[in-house]
Ligand binder design. Structure first.
Ligand code: PEP
Length: 252
């Protein structure tokens, strides 16, 4: 089934030097691809402005942030202001990535504040959910996801739902080389869609977890998978391009 819109979102995490960034874009521009899909990159916060400039000149790639604060301004040393992101024209922000949840102890209630504040500034939000291996093996996948959706998206204003995207990222598949099968992913994506109370059909639901050029096609063939959130494979221009090219083929 061909899709109306497919997103490939690169999460560069805490990677890429300036030299690597310029090589990435040189490689990308050599490839002259027909980019029908939405190609987004979230670099480290210190590189957002630089990437915005490069992306502006090379066209078509949109730049976002990997995280933001639950406050707009004030005495929060080291934090990233959602108001500041909107102010410099950032298009999107990832909230609730499993590394933020596990390494930095971010809970659903905190993530809810971040989601609501970012949306209030017109930023698109990619809200991440996903179960650990232990939770999957003990049959808790759906209850964990439901809880993350209920608490993280509490009080979401209906008129802002159009800017919300969900990323299903099973924790056991992130950076491990173990991808969920397309069937496992689709089952959870369909569940997530069934739980959304506004804009359920229109909401973009991305899959993330060891997505690579050789497994993207089977994932995108599924009805409820609207794109991918990609870590490792988004760092290499050739792989990122291959993912975008598969995504473009999956579109009408
Ligand atoms: C991620 O960090 O969101 C991710 C999915 O990483 P990887 O593609 O490397 O598993």
């Amino acid at each position: 089934m061909k899709k109306r819109e497919v997103h490939i979102v690169g999460n560069w995490k805490m990677n890429q030097t300036l030299v690597e960034i310029s090589q990435f874009f040189i490689e990308m521009s050599k490839m002259k691809m027909e980019l029908k899909c939405k190609a987004w990159i979230a670099p480290q916060a210190i590189h957002i402005s630089i990437l915005k400039e490069i992306a502006f000149t090379t066209g078509s790639i949109q730049i976002g942030a990997q995280n933001c604060c639950e406050h707009d301004s004030g005495a929060y040393t080291g934090e990233i202001s959602p108001l500041g992101l909107a102010d410099i024209g950032v298009e999107f922000v990832i909230i609730g990535h499993s590394e933020r949840r596990t390494i930095y102890g971010e809970q659903n209630s905190l993530l809810n504040k971040k989601v609501l504040l970012a949306l209030s500034h017109g930023l698109k939000v990619i809200y991440c959910v996903g179960e650990t291996l232990e939770e999957r093996e003990s049959g808790q996948t759906f209850s964990i996801i439901e809880n993350q959706l209920d608490l993280g998206l509490k009080n979401l204003p209906a008129e802002q739902a159009k800017n919300l995207m969900i990323a299903y990222e099973p924790v056991w598949a992130i950076g491990t080389g173990k991808t969920a099968t397309a069937e496992q992913a689709e089952e959870v994506h369909a569940f997530i869609r069934s739980k959304l109370t506004t804009q359920a059909e229109q909401t973009i639901i991305l899959y993330g977890g060891s997505v690579k050029p050789d497994n993207i096609d089977s994932l995108l063939a599924k009805e409820n998978i609207d794109g991918a959130l990609v870590g490792g494979a988004s760092l290499k221009a050739q792989d990122f391009r291959a993912l975008c090219s598969s995504a473009s083929t999956a579109m009408m």
